[in-house]
Design a protein around this ligand. Structure first.
Ligand SMILES: Nc1nc2c(ncn2[C@@H]2O[C@H](COP(=O)(O)OP(=O)(O)OP(=O)(O)O)[C@@H](O)[C@H]2O)c(=O)[nH]1
Ligand SMILES: [Zn+2]
Length: 343
């Protein structure tokens, strides 16, 4: 038995649920099957035909269940998208209905600011509130300095130091993932996401992987990607949130609000911030108000997001051409088509 509220269900969702259906939260999607958490516990559901439209169900989605059939995906409040691997480079929803995105990085190793900024840009684009979590605090000699350094680049975002080894700082993270709330961890491999998940749940939910050998090499699998915390919150950890390309430019200017604001003050709207007269960005770089490395990082992410947007447009145009072709063909192939004068 799991309480729906603990899974993040809110009463106002009731109106979105088709009659005779029960709600379930998607904990895992694999090969056309869904692992769903419901008031009655966990079940394996089949996606109905309607779920094959659009991007399909994602971890964190609420689905309407009729027995073991998922007949609809309820509207997403927020969604974290990334660029899928492979040639199509289509945007893919990795996690849905998040309240917070925990951008996880470790307090050890090389400076991690640029990496954190990329994750923040993606996190702002999701519609959920980003929070930076700096792990391995027990290995850091000067925690306040490390927090301060990151806080300067993470505008408007809380920065929480934690140690999964000593337990220091876990309370503040628990508060972010509080009862009825859902937070996803994003961040590169090795920064301590699995250890954090285990520390927060008080169990070995992550990292303890079942290794299977199906002749095509070894795979590690986890049973689900959505973990219930003892306090009632939901923690999401999906493989798709580990490496990440920006799906769109929505979050870039929020993550770099300082630079975006400067750029808005340039004399020309299409200022390239190089040699243009009246360039506010160039002025800020010259008089030291803007860190050149931060500026360069902003340009790079903007260019990446822009390329991605152009690709998405090209795909949309190709889909539209195919749709029109199929439509004209269907008209032509109809023996008793009405004479409309233009066909
Ligand atoms: N000292 C210390 N070590 C930590 C802490 N958190 C994680 N580690 C260690 O860092 C290593 C990586 O931790 P993981 O939790 O596996 O990292 P991850 O982000 O889940 O990595 P992937 O599973 O590869 O994505 C492990 O050896 C952990 O024991 C911490 O708070 N303090
Ligand atoms: Zn400019």
């Amino acid at each position: 038995m799991s309480d729906l509220t603990a899974l993040g269900w809110r009463a106002d969702r009731g109106a979105e649920l088709p009659a005779g259906c029960a709600p379930g939260r998607v904990a895992r999607v694999d090969r056309g099957r869904l692992t769903v958490l419901t008031a009655e516990g966990e079940l394996r559901a089949h996606p109905g035909a309607a779920l094959h439209e659009g991007t399909g169900p994602a971890v964190g989605d609420w689905v309407a269940l009729r027995g073991e059939l998922a007949v609809a995906v309820l509207p997403r409040r927020t969604s974290f998208t990334r660029v899928a691997a492979g040639r199509s480079s289509a945007a893919q929803v990795v996690a849905a209905n998040l309240d917070a995105v925990l951008v996880v990085d470790a307090m050890v190793g090389a400076t991690r600011l640029r990496r954190i900024e990329r994750y923040l840009a993606a996190a702002w684009g999701s519609g959920a509130t980003p929070v930076v979590v700096l792990t391995k605090a027990d290995l850091c000699a000067d925690v306040p300095a490390a927090v301060q350094e990151v806080a300067e680049g993470a505008l408007g975002v809380g920065v929480l130091p934690v140690s999964s080894v000593t337990g220091a700082g876990l309370g503040a993270v628990r508060a972010v993932v509080g009862p009825g709330r859902t937070a996803a961890m994003v961040g590169p491999s090795g920064v301590g996401k699995s250890s954090l998940a285990n520390a927060l749940t008080g169990r070995a939910v992550a990292g303890t992987r079942e290794i299977r050998d199906d002749g095509r090499g070894r795979h590690t699998t986890t049973a689900r990607e959505l973990h219930l915390l003892p306090g009632g919150g939901v923690l999401v950890d999906t493989p798709g949130l580990r490496e990440l390309g920006l799906a769109d430019d929505e979050g870039v200017d929020t993550a770099y609000a300082d630079v975006a604001e400067l750029a808005a003050g340039c004399r020309f709207r299409d200022c390239g911030h190089r040699t243009e007269p009246g360039c506010a960005v160039a002025t800020a770089l010259t008089d030291g108000r803007l860190d050149p490395a931060r500026y360069t990082a902003w340009r790079k992410l903007q260019a990446e997001a822009h390329r991605q947007a152009l690709r998405a447009d090209a795909r949309a145009a190709a889909r539209e051409r195919a749709r029109v072709r199929a439509f004209t063909r269907s008209l032509r192939d109809q023996p008793n088509r009405p004479r409309t004068g233009w066909s």
